[in-house]
Design a protein around this ligand. Structure first.
Ligand code: NAD
Ligand code: MG
Length: 394
């Protein structure tokens, strides 16, 4: 029996994870669930999965969740705050942690899981982008196992010659090819992007996801973050990572070898496949995803990304090459800009301007400690907020 903590249980990845777990109750038991503010949804999940512990964002939310649970006769222990998130990620009973909180808020608990030597199922790419080598070191120093949930990285992991996929150069890997759908604005006239609304940006052509990652997909910052994520997960330099637009989202990524072979992982665009893969690794379990029907898909298309259409992708490659805390600055500025766009305070084409401004004005340094990374995260957020307030906000 595996005992799992799901961080971000009410989100898109959290819900898909619980869907897979519910298919295999004899193998998986839920130890703890977390949600930030969606208390009613979390209460329903607790009623179904009966975790020992549940964590929410605030004292008020904890009171409300307790009231809902006791009313249903559920005795799940309710806690709140970051320390409680770290506690459910590192408790001795836990074998695996699904890290599916969105953004930098997920760093502390995800790191706590790595430091406690857990099997870490990583969806929260922002945590790895920010902390890079520090996170990888925490995994290795504490005997944790890091399994990628992001569909591209899960695909690459499956196409790598040996478990855990480190040191691709030594394994005869020529390059890693990350596929990207191109998002909802792949073919739209760039000059009309100023006018797009949050709902238009969140209407992804092939994947149903949370709002932040949906906007990231529309700007292609999502792919930029994934390039950095691939660098850390597979030890590949920026020159060995290529992005290829593939609108059907059937090939989830590829690995090219020096002998000319290319291995790809294919499947319907449904996150339950990578989730099931990582949960059961190295075995396989049913995920509820329909078998891929290639005859029905019929056509697979590919094109190179246009960096002028997607300036965020170029900014991310630059941050990876700059190294140190540059990716943490990029990530923090992006989080602030995307939230401002979702709140309709800035336009879609302001997002890359905010990030470029922060990268230009906040000097990056060495990522020598988590504290140093968090300090840069704070500085970047303040610079992004000030720029938005003074220069962009309507
Ligand atoms: P979502 O917005 O649907 O869910 C986010 C979850 O995090 C919710 O449970 C929410 O309660 C929790 N949360 C939000 N802010 C929090 C905070 N400050 N403190 C604690 N918890 C907080 O997001 P999602 O689409 O499920 O994405 C989650 C993560 O997985 C992101 O990092 C995303 O990039 C990554 N990811 C998602 C997908 C996808 O298909 N949705 C695919 C690949 C990677
Ligand atoms: Mg992805």
């Amino acid at each position: 029996m595996q005992y799992l903590t799901i961080l971000g249980a009410t989100g898109s990845i959290g819900v898909s994870t619980l869907d897979v777990l519910a298919r295999h109750p004899e193998q998986y038991s839920v130890y703890a669930l977390s949600a930030h503010s969606r208390v009613a949804e979390l209460a329903a999940q607790c009623l179904q999965f009966r975790p020992q512990r549940a964590v929410v964002g605030t004292a008020d939310a904890a009171l409300e969740l307790t009231r809902l649970l006791r009313g249903q006769g559920v005795d799940t222990q309710v806690e709140y705050g970051v320390d409680a998130l770290c506690a459910i990620a590192s408790a001795p009973q836990v074998t695996g942690v699904m890290a599916a909180i969105v953004g930098a808020a997920g760093l502390a608990p995800t790191l706590a899981a790595a430091r406690a030597g857990k099997k870490v199922l990583l969806a929260n790419k922002e945590a790895l982008v920010m902390s890079g080598q520090l996170f990888i070191d925490a995994v290795h120093d504490n005997g944790a196992v890091l399994l990628p949930i992001d569909s591209e990285h899960n695909a690459i992991f499956q196409c790598m010659p040996h478990a855990h996929g480190r040191a691709p150069g030594a394994a005869g890997v020529a390059k890693i090819v990350l596929t990207a759908s191109g998002g909802p604005f792949l073919t739209r006239d760039v000059e009309t992007l100023d006018a797009v609304t949050p709902d238009q940006a969140c209407k992804h052509p092939t994947w149903a996801m949370g709002r932040k990652i949906s906007v990231d997909s529309a700007t292609m910052m999502n792919k930029g973050l994934e390039v950095i994520e691939a660098h850390w997960l597979f030890g590949a330099p920026a020159e060995q990572i290529e992005v290829l637009i593939h609108p059907q989202s059937v090939i989830h990524s590829m690995v090219s070898y020096i002998d000319g072979s290319v291995l790809a992982q294919l499947g319907n665009p449904d996150m339950r496949t990578p989730i099931a893969h990582a949960l059961a690794y190295p075995r396989r379990i049913a995920s509820g995803v329909a078998q891929l029907d290639l005859a029905q898909v019929a056509t697979l298309q590919f094109e190179r990304p246009d960096f002028r259409r997607f300036p965020c992708l170029a900014l991310a490659f630059d941050a990876l090459r700059a190294g140190g805390t540059a990716p943490a600055l990029l990530n923090a500025a992006n989080e602030v800009a995307v939230q401002a766009f979702l709140d309709e305070r800035i336009g879609f084409r302001h997002i890359d301007r905010v990030i470029a401004h922060v990268i230009e004005t906040v000097p990056h340094g060495a990522a020598s400690s988590i504290e140093a990374v968090m300090e840069q995260d704070r500085l970047a957020r303040a610079a992004a907020q000030a720029y938005i307030a003074q220069r962009l906000a309507a």
